[in-house]
Write a protein that binds this ligand. Sequence first.
Ligand code: NAD
Ligand code: DAU
Length: 339
Amino acid sequence: MNIVVTGGAGFIGGNFVYYELEKHPEDKIICFDALTYAGNMETLDEAMKNPQFVFVKGDIANRDDVDKLFNEHKPDIVVNFAAESHVDRSIENPGIFLQTNVLGTQVLMDACRKYGIKRYHQVSTDEVYGDLPLDRPDMFFTEETPLHTSSPYSASKASADLLVMAYHRTYQLPVTISRCSNNYGPFHFPEKLIPLMIINALHDKKLPVYGEGINVRDWLYVKDHCSAIDLIIRNGKVGEVYNIGGHNERQNIQVVKTILKELNKPESLIEHVTDRKGHDRRYAIDPTKIHNELGWLPATKFDDGIKATIKWYLDNEDWWQRIVSGEYQSYYEKMYSNR
Ligand code: NAD
Ligand code: DAU
């Protein structure tokens, strides 16, 4: 099969490219990516050596780019990871989130209709459900939880999900949607909590924890997200939504302290800074459906995954040094100085 992976030069898409090349060597993987600030060809260095892998530079919101992609590569499956993905950036500049995450999804699905496709898979997020109270550990997001978004990022992802279901109902496009909790692992862009804290700690820089640090995220090792999507695109039921998560809830402050402990750095590096606007309190996924219907279970415990992730950042300094020494520096200054 020909599988187009949009956003494959980013964090999760890059991990998915490697997962598919290893698990299904018979399939051809075509990565389609605009190489925004978050896309990195170095993530794909090893994949580029594989004859089953092709890289195409292009924008999912550009009809000419997408038409050319479909004409040349005739995909059987499209897995759409391409997105603007950082909540803090969406608070600063919502426009590009609507352009890429909503209109880009529409352009891709229009091409799927025009050229025909076996499956269009939308990689969505648990953030479309909004947040849960901190004092109700019995509450979880199920696929029936109403959409109720907080940030321009989550609103753009929820809008895309609605459009995907509309294309299924109206045009019978064979779609699936997955909504996953927070990922961590190799190739994670350093603007996000875990890599940012690892890299700051390695430089003995302050670790900026928003507010009291009591917000809760439900962490999943990225490879487990990839294995879930792989099952959904091959065995999932058309028109269905699948939640993905591994019951790994942690307060942000706990995560940060774990990283400091692993790196043998002092907790005095922690600095509480002004909270994120509209900060979601708690995310927690109920993964019963994907477990019961597709037999999916996560393979990596948080304690092992965080150690493996820290080791990856220690072993791959070249990868992140080039990022943090570039335009990321001015982003960091803008977001964190005087916060
Ligand atoms: P990322 O920001 O690391 O990577 C995004 C990739 O998309 C980059 O390679 C970028 O160049 C590319 N891209 C951006 N705009 C594009 C465009 N217009 N056309 C083509 N390519 C474009 O993101 P990520 O963290 O890997 O997230 C991937 C997907 O998974 C997103 O859809 C996100 O909403 C979703 N998701 C992320 C998480 C998480 O914890 N990171 C959890 C659940 C769902
Ligand atoms: O839940 C899935 C979502 O997880 C994905 O849809 C998003 O694409 C992904 O970016 C992620 O969103 P979060 O906002 O949860 O991730 P982030 O790493 O930005 O922040 C995690 C938590 O840590 C959040 O409560 C904010 C906090 N934080 C973050 C940063 C960057 C800090 O305290 N300090 C920081 O410097």
